[in-house]
Design a protein around this ligand. Structure first.
Ligand SMILES: [Zn+2]
Length: 397
């Protein structure tokens, strides 16, 4: 491997240093470099002192980059290749992209063209690209703003050669004045799905699905499944009993939250792949559910909600690492970006964490955070939520 020096926010592809975010989310601009890197084996993330190899994968005719298997957790927390994901976790999800474990960097794992889109990857990529896992003191964010950020992110999203922007509907904030325009847009979208379905039947196309993204408003039982409705939207989507039960395992945090939604401030984002059935009823072909806390910032459980509320109340600047999987593994729960000199990872244990393992856990997390160049702060849930590390003077003023 060629020598390298740490350079935050950059990766090297076949000898050329480029923006990590751009290369991760807009691989279409880097096809010739990626093709060269397949030959030379030179694809390295520069977010860390050790230079982390990246995997080059192929879907259809286009190449894209992913973290090397099992290395998502060792990238810097603000690196777009950072995650707690392990191939084993992602492999359980139908349609998920499994890294070519054990293959040399120049040899891409082939993914068949037309393979179904990995909804978790879409969801997390849109959240990361839209910056919805980040917060800065003084920001505001409602659904209208979140939606426009997501649409912009979707326009740029082409991970694995899959473009979804033209097939994505995100309900706008409903108002009486805009009712007609909103209904017209939705009618055009459903019309598009019907035409696409007919094209599939006539074998002129291989893909009839559209994507629907929004906050879950209600779930009601019906014959052979449930009907899901999103906020700001009247249409109900049919989810089969089989798919809904699968979500209890593969989207369990979001799924659990749906069961107790009325008593909580946190909510659930659904990303549905939908197409009409024989009678024209919109039916979910696939779905993922992501639990979020205040300001649409992902939060997996109640203790995270509490910490998130405190961060917002105190006007802190922070980010929520996205794990790209159901298990958060070694990711920090949140990372303060306004602490002096270095970022500070916030790690918390739930109430059920075994007391005898806390010391070892603290030691391990401290080492991992240190390797990522961060300070660390802990909260053991049975104890009261303590004082957060102080913000630097410039950020606090
Ligand atoms: Zn990295």
């Amino acid at each position: 491997m060629q020598p390298h020096t740490k350079r935050d926010g950059y990766i090297r592809i076949n000898g050329v240093e480029v923006s990590a975010v751009d290369a991760r989310f807009r691989p279409g601009n880097y096809q010739s470099l990626l093709a060269g890197a397949r030959e030379s084996g030179d694809a390295v993330c520069l977010c860390s002192d050790v230079g982390l190899r990246l995997s080059i994968k192929k879907r259809g005719k286009s190449l894209h980059l992913a973290a090397w298997p099992d290395q998502g957790g060792v990238h810097a927390t603000d690196c777009p290749f950072y995650s707690g994901s392990m191939p084993g976790n992602r492999g359980v999800y139908p349609g998920s992209v499994v890294d070519g474990r054990g293959q040399a960097v120049g040899v891409p794992a082939e993914e068949p063209a037309g393979k179904s889109v990995d909804l978790w990857d879409v969801m997390h990529s849109l959240w990361a690209c839209a910056g919805l896992n980040k917060w800065q003191s003084g920001w505001r964010r409602d659904w209208g703003l979140a939606r426009s950020l997501l649409l912009r992110a979707a326009a740029a999203y082409e991970c694995g050669g899959a473009r979804i922007a033209s097939r994505l509907y995100i309900p706008p904030v409903f108002s009486q004045e805009k009712k007609q325009a909103i209904n017209d847009d939705w009618a055009a979208f459903t019309e598009f799905l019907m035409v696409a379905k007919d094209a599939v039947v006539a074998k002129r196309d291989s893909h009839s699905s559209g994507y629907l993204l929004g906050v879950v408003a209600s779930i009601e039982p019906c014959s052979r499944g449930v009907l899901m409705r999103l906020q700001h939207h009247y249409s109900k989507i049919f989810v089969t009993t089989e798919l809904f039960e699968r979500l209890s395992r593969l989207s369990r945090r979001g799924w659990n939250q749906l069961q107790i939604q009325q008593q909580s401030k946190s909510s659930v984002i659904a990303l549905l792949e939908i197409s009409p059935d024989e009678e024209g009823r919109l039916t979910a072909r696939d779905c993922v559910l992501m639990r979020v806390g205040a300001r649409f910032i992902p939060s997996n459980f109640e203790a995270e909600d509490l910490l998130l509320s405190k961060l917002l109340e105190e006007g802190r600047s922070f980010e929520r690492p996205l794990s790209f999987a159901q298990s958060h593994k070694q990711c920090a729960n949140f990372v303060l970006t306004d602490t002096p000199t270095r970022k500070t990872e916030l790690h918390l244990t739930g109430g059920g964490f075994p007391v005898h393992r806390i010391d070892a856990w603290v030691k391990e997390r401290t080492q991992i955070a240190s390797a990522r160049g961060c300070n660390v702060w802990f909260w053991h849930k049975p104890e009261p939520l303590g004082v957060l590390p102080a913000a630097n003077a410039r950020a606090a003023s």
